[in-house]
Design a protein around this ligand. Structure first.
Ligand code: CAA
Length: 257
């Protein structure tokens, strides 16, 4: 598929997706998310890719779903068309995805960042769920994922008032894993992604599945799931290679099998 609203580049084992509607602060139109879903599927099917970085520009990661597209939408159209269901296909990406967020990550922008596996933020990043100010509410997981990231009190305050968090507060609250100077954001996100892509792909993908289980299963079920996928790593060539390389005091050479 040819992409117009996003840029998709391959850099070795890393796919870099850049949201590319700078004039409207990367507002997430239907076409943008159609392209995001297609890019996600393309990356999942590409054996050469081990990790994804999703980013925007210095002013905006994304300022939300495209408000201009939604003005005339009625309930029945939204319901029959299952409006925004398309975004689930991005959240379902099986390869690790890092959000590199500078500037605004608001509404659907904050929700898209939270669909990634972790968020690296520039020091100018701002996160918020401002939908209440335009008479609606988060529609792509904000009320659910934000509460899981930062707890009820902060999530409730942000969704009920639309207040934005700056990068420092987002780091304190656990929404982002690290804050970096703006100029360092993308280089560090790409370095981190390269590191992940260089590791055993089966181990990385199983770990992603296991950590995600922590958020949708009771502890005992999650622990049992983890134990089984841990056992599964003993069926991979990479597990044998990793442990052998450790004992032989040399770097491992993973074949991703
Ligand atoms: N949808 C469509 N267009 C948007 C947009 C959005 N979410 N956010 C910004 N834009 C457009 C503006 O309309 C403007 O376009 P024009 O030049 O054609 O007028 C352009 O981007 C630049 O925006 P501003 O002039 O507003 O820039 P600013 O620096 O003054 O303000 C801002 C920045 C505070 C982020 C402001 O743009 C803003 O509040 N944007 C909307 C944020 C929002 O409400 N997001 C939630 C959307 S609903 C949603 O996401 C639902 C969901 O859960 C999925």
């Amino acid at each position: 598929m040819a992409y117009e609203m996003i840029l998709l580049e391959r850099r070795g084992g890393v796919a870099l997706i850049t949201l590319n509607r700078p004039k409207v602060l990367n507002a997430l139109s239907h076409q943008t998310m159609t392209e995001m879903a297609a890019a996600t599927a393309e990356i999942d099917a590409d054996d050469t890719i081990g990790c994804v970085v999703l980013t925007g520009n210095d002013k905006a990661f994304a300022a939300g779903a495209d408000i201009k597209e939604m003005i005339e939408l009625g309930f029945v159209d939204a319901y029959f068309g299952d409006h925004l269901a398309l975004w689930d296909r991005v959240a379902a990406c099986r390869k690790p995805m890092i959000a590199a967020v500078a500037g605004y990550a608001l509404g659907g922008g904050c929700e898209l960042a939270m669909m990634c596996d972790f968020i690296l933020a520039a020091d100018n990043a701002r996160f918020g769920q401002p939908e209440v100010a335009i008479g609606t509410m988060p529609g792509m997981g904000g009320s659910q994922r934000l509460a899981r990231f930062v707890g009820k009190s902060k999530a409730m305050e942000m969704c009920l008032t639309g207040r934005q968090m700056d990068a420092a507060e987002a780091e304190r609250a656990g929404l982002v894993s690290r804050v970096l100077p703006l100029a360092e954001l993308l280089p560090e996100a790409l370095r981190t992604a390269e590191k992940i892509a260089s590791l055993s792909r089966p181990a990385v993908m199983l770990i992603k599945e296991a950590v995600d289980r922590a958020f949708d299963t009771p502890l005992d079920v999650g622990i049992r799931f983890e134990r089984r996928v841990f056992h599964a790593t003993f069926a991979t060539e990479d597990r044998k290679e990793g442990m052998t390389a450790f004992v032989e005091k040399r770097p491992p050479v993973f074949c991703h099998r």
